[in-house]
Every structure is written in C-alpha cells, then in structure tokens.
Design a protein around this ligand. Structure first.
Ligand SMILES: CC(C)(COP(=O)(O)OP(=O)(O)OC[C@H]1O[C@@H](n2cnc3c(N)ncnc32)[C@H](O)[C@@H]1OP(=O)(O)O)[C@@H](O)C(=O)NCCC(=O)NCCS
Length: 191
C-alpha cells in the first residue's frame, strides 16, 4: 500500500469515493482540492485508489479541519484508515499547524476509529430543527456544560463541552434535545 498526495489524474476517482462514503458536493470537493491540494491524500493499492483523506485550513489559524476520510469497504479493518490519517497528519504538520479538528460521524465504529488514533472529544454538537427544539432546553441540559448556540436556516446548533468519550451521554443528549443528530467534535494536538 502506498500513501501519497492525490494528483489531478486521480481527482475523479477520489470524488467517486467521496460520493459513496462521504457527503461533500462536487463543487465543494473541487474548491477545497484547488485551494489545498496537499491536504488531499490517498491510499493506493497497485495504482488503484482505495482510500482518501482530505481537509482544509480552519478559521482558527492553528487548526486544520479534517473534512472527510474513507476507505473502500473491501479494505476495512486492515489499518489503512489509520495509515491515511498518519499521512494526512504529516501533511498538516508541513503547514506548521498545531491541531486537527473534525466532526465525527455519530456511529460507534467511527468514534472508536478516531479514539484509537488519539483524537480526543472536546465538544458535543447537537443539530436540532427549530420546530423540534424544546422550549425548556436549557433546563433539560443541566448536566452538560453549554458553550454556544448558532443559528442556521431551519436548524440550530448547540455546543456543549465534552470531557471524555461517553456514548450514553451523547445519546441521552440527543433524546433530551429532540436533536436529529448529536456528534462529537474531536481534536488531536500534533507534536
Ligand atoms: C472509518 C473508516 C475510514 C475506517 O477505515 P479502516 O481502514 O477500516 O480503519 P482501520 O483499519 O485503521 O481501523 C482502526 C480501528 O478503528 C476501529 N474500527 C474501524 N472500523 C470498525 C468497525 N467496522 N467496527 C468496529 N471498529 C472499527 C477499530 O478500533 C479499528 O482497530 P482494530 O481493527 O485493531 O480493532 C472506514 O470505516 C470508512 O471508510 N467508513 C465510511 C466513511 C466514514 O464514515 N468516514 C468517517 C467520517 S467522520
């Protein structure tokens, strides 16, 4: 297996993997690739692209946001995702950034994947349709350390501090808030 930056020749193949496993639009994928080509890395099995990891600079100057990572299904659980992350981290270090941050998909296997690779939960992010937001949401979330609220079109985003990984606490928060999703924001300090 070889891990290297994705050149233009592999752009379409990379997008196909993104389309099957991740959610970025073609426009966004192309825009990030144009601006941050060195933050698009791939896993190659004999010249066949079988995994991608990509990101871009965050607004916070010390951070890169890992926007997506995927290995194709036949290659899961062979350590390829972890090796892709390592390659991505090397590329981030070359930009002299100190941290990688990401929003982790809300399923246990993905959470375990990042935890195993030394990413630490820092926040819960709850996304709630405005029409579903309980009026008393502040009292419903007493056990959680509220950080901020951000408005989107028909949803709100609520952020709470996370000290450690606790899947029961994530699921409880989702129920209490009537949220359509609660995810962990995770980060890793690069040394
Ligand atoms: C998440 C993903 C990239 C992991 O890729 P991978 O090549 O299988 O990763 P690795 O083999 O390096 O896995 C490392 C560890 O992650 C955890 N893990 C990964 N897949 C798992 C699964 N299906 N079930 C349970 N644990 C899993 C395990 O702890 C594993 O270590 P182990 O095999 O020694 O137990 C892959 O599952 C994927 O492409 N998923 C679809 C896209 C996606 O959800 N991306 C994340 C968006 S935030």
């Amino acid at each position: 297996m070889e891990y290297r930056v994705i050149t233009e020749k592999y752009f379409e193949e990379a997008f196909l993997i993104n389309k099957e496993y991740l959610s970025a639009s073609k426009e966004a994928f192309r825009k990030w690739y144009t601006e941050y080509p060195n933050l698009f890395v791939g896993a190659f099995d004999d010249e066949k692209l079988i995994g991608i990891c990509y990101g871009f600079d965050s607004k916070d100057k010390d951070y890169v946001l890992l926007e997506g990572i995927a290995t194709i299904f036949d290659y899961w659980r062979k350590g390829i995702g972890s090796d892709l992350l390592k390659k991505f981290e090397q590329q981030v270090k070359k930009r002299e950034k100190k941290f990688i941050t990401l929003g982790c998909a809300s399923d246990e296997k993905t959470e375990k994947f990042y935890l195993k690779n030394d990413y630490k939960p820092t926040m819960y992010l709850a996304r709630i349709k405005k029409k579903d937001l309980p009026a008393s949401y502040e009292s419903l979330t007493k056990g959680y350390d509220f950080i901020e609220k951000k408005d989107e079109d028909d949803s709100v985003k609520l952020y709470f501090k996370a000290e450690q990984y606790d899947i029961a606490k994530r699921i409880k928060l989702q129920k209490q808030l009537n949220a359509y999703e609660v995810i962990y924001i995770m980060e890793k300090a690069l040394h």
